[in-house]
Design a protein around this ligand. Structure first.
Ligand code: SAH
Length: 341
């Protein structure tokens, strides 16, 4: 059966047309789904009984079951959701002074194979649909009785490898009749799928693009991120420059600092050369150790030195707060699960 949450407003109007209904019904349904957050078609009381029956016959609502909920010492909450096909994904809720941020997953598993990340490896299962992405937000808002203000596509998966569903989910999240979260409060993080960066620049969505850079030369980057063999740094940087030119939006570069690997001042110098003059910001992430991982976290002293060196040379850099590492909810620690194993 089709998931009613897979459609953005325009698509839903078309769907309804096909079952002989007027387009304004789509707006009513959208409001029930994303503003009132109902879980059953029967709760949509301004629709006729007949229409509700028709909807039940044709669509599911894909309400997630919470399999597990863990709370970190710092207040971060990690959810394990049953996506209803024998697989489970993780979603992380973070609380900041400016509101709640939700880190959503975009795929069940990941194909990218980054050496420092627990979400990846040989176990890619499938893309999440738009509705399955959006459902993570609905389920958490309902469970905690809160309104989420920021969405980051930094959970399991490579969002630009599931391009259409991610962009469609953003349209639902962003729509004023949908979840109504401003595009500027939505970030997509990518390991660097160059053709998709060009495509995203054409979408006219004002979301923030984050690039997982992590190294400033090809040899080092390829040793950490196999995707660099396909799209080397020169091509990636050109795509970023074009993206900035086209959208006038600042790019955020993520750089996870690993001890004795990419954290000394020569690395910083190379990074400065690469980013000089670009409309950007560097987000330094103390690398989180993962099971069987070959990388260790840099010392705090080194991390601060690295940041200061970048700032002193005109590159704005901040250190990302480490949230939820005690419950394996921090960057790179999320994993998909198979419920049948
Ligand atoms: N696939 C996307 C989004 C998911 S990861 C991407 O690669 O951008 C979100 C961020 O966490 C990325 O910058 C990723 O490189 C980083 N990350 C992954 N593993 C990490 C680890 N062990 N420690 C710190 N950051 C990590």
């Amino acid at each position: 059966m089709k998931n009613i949450k897979d459609y953005d407003l325009e698509e839903l109007k078309n769907e309804l047309k096909q079952i002989g209904e007027k387009p304004f019904r789509a707006e009513q349904i959208f409001k029930w789904l994303y503003q009132d957050k109902v879980k059953e078609f029967d709760e949509m009381t301004n629709l006729s009984l007949q229409l509700r029956e028709k909807l039940k016959e044709n669509y599911t609502m894909c309400n997630y079951k919470i399999l597990k909920k863990q709370k970190s010492k710092d207040g971060t909450i990690k959810y394990l959701f049953d996506v209803l096909d024998g697989n489970a994904i993780e979603t992380v809720l973070m609380s900041y002074h400016h509101g709640y941020s939700l880190c959503v997953s975009s795929q069940i598993g990941c194909k990218m194979g980054c050496k420092f990340c627990a979400s990846t490896g040989i176990n890619f299962i499938r893309n999440l649909t738009s509705g399955e992405i959006v459902e993570q937000i609905l389920a958490v808002e309902q469970d905690e009785n809160i309104r989420i203000s920021n969405i980051v596509f930094m959970g399991i998966g490579e969002p630009l490898d599931n391009y259409d569903n991610v962009v469609n989910a953003i349209r639902i999240i962003n729509n004023q009749k949908g979840l109504s979260i401003g595009a500027r409060h939505i970030s997509i993080s990518t390991s660097g799928l160059v053709p998709k960066i060009y495509k995203l620049a054409e979408e006219n969505i004002q979301c923030t693009l984050s690039i997982s850079l992590h190294a400033s030369n090809n040899e080092k980057r390829s040793s950490m991120m196999p995707v660099n063999n396909r799209y080397p740094i020169e091509e990636l940087m050109q795509a970023c420059k074009d993206y900035i030119k086209k959208t006038n939006r600042r790019i955020s570069f993520e750089y996870a600092l690993a001890k004795d690997n990419n954290d000394n001042l020569d690395d910083a110098k190379e990074l400065i050369k690469l980013l000089k003059g670009m409309l950007c910001h560097v987000n330094l992430i103390p690398i989180n150790k993962i099971e069987n991982g070959q990388f260790d976290k840099s010392s705090n002293e080194n991390i601060m030195k690295f940041r200061d060196f970048l700032n002193d040379h005109g590159i704005v850099a901040t250190i990302r707060r480490e949230l939820g590492s005690d419950i394996d909810a921090a960057c790179g620690q999320l994993r998909r699960k198979n419920l049948k194993q």
